[in-house]
Design a protein around this ligand. Sequence first.
Ligand code: FMN
Length: 188
Amino acid sequence: MNILALAATTSRQSINARLLSHAADLLAADILPGAKISFLDLNDFGMPIYSVDREAASGIPEAAMRFHAAIGAADALLFAFAEHNGHFTAAYKNLFDWTSRVEKVGAMSNLYQGKPMVALGTSPGPGGAQHVLNFVKTTAPYFAADVRASFSLPGFGDNFDVDTGKIRAESMVEELRIALATLGAPSA
Ligand SMILES: Cc1cc2nc3c(=O)[nH]c(=O)nc-3n(C[C@H](O)[C@H](O)[C@H](O)COP(=O)(O)O)c2cc1C
């Protein structure tokens, strides 16, 4: 099983990238042993800000085509969403907007191409990126995502041990394991 992993942030100190790495370790170790996990870096997908005029003049940038192809080549998606002002980071929103233009099925954008997705999110505060996770859960299906589960880690500084790279409380790790295990279930 090929899993595409992305922390939807450009921060080099990303707490979501740390959570993603922990989740990927859990997946590969005992949930889906043998799974191949490929990490993308959002910094490799820089592009001009989306505009209809720019698209009409120059088409869709290569980076958006590359992101769409990476999703297409994966069996499942493990994305960790940083929350900026209740929403995607600007960099992910821009990549999302461009990539939403690559392929349509009927009237719907085929951005996520029917792939199973588990959405993770964390923040330093008590909210645990819940706003952006709720946004993903309610809207990603309109972009052909099969969102299987989400996992929010509030209070990153308290709940995540950066030295070991793991969530401290076993009850939270178990909650994450349950979310991750949904990626192994067959598609409906
Ligand atoms: C512009 C900006 C907006 C933010 N808005 C939110 C927010 O709405 N909710 C939240 O929980 N944290 C917010 N934060 C704090 C982020 O959760 C924090 O910076 C976190 O480290 C981002 O994830 P990352 O490290 O993976 O990039 C914001 C941070 C920035 C810089």
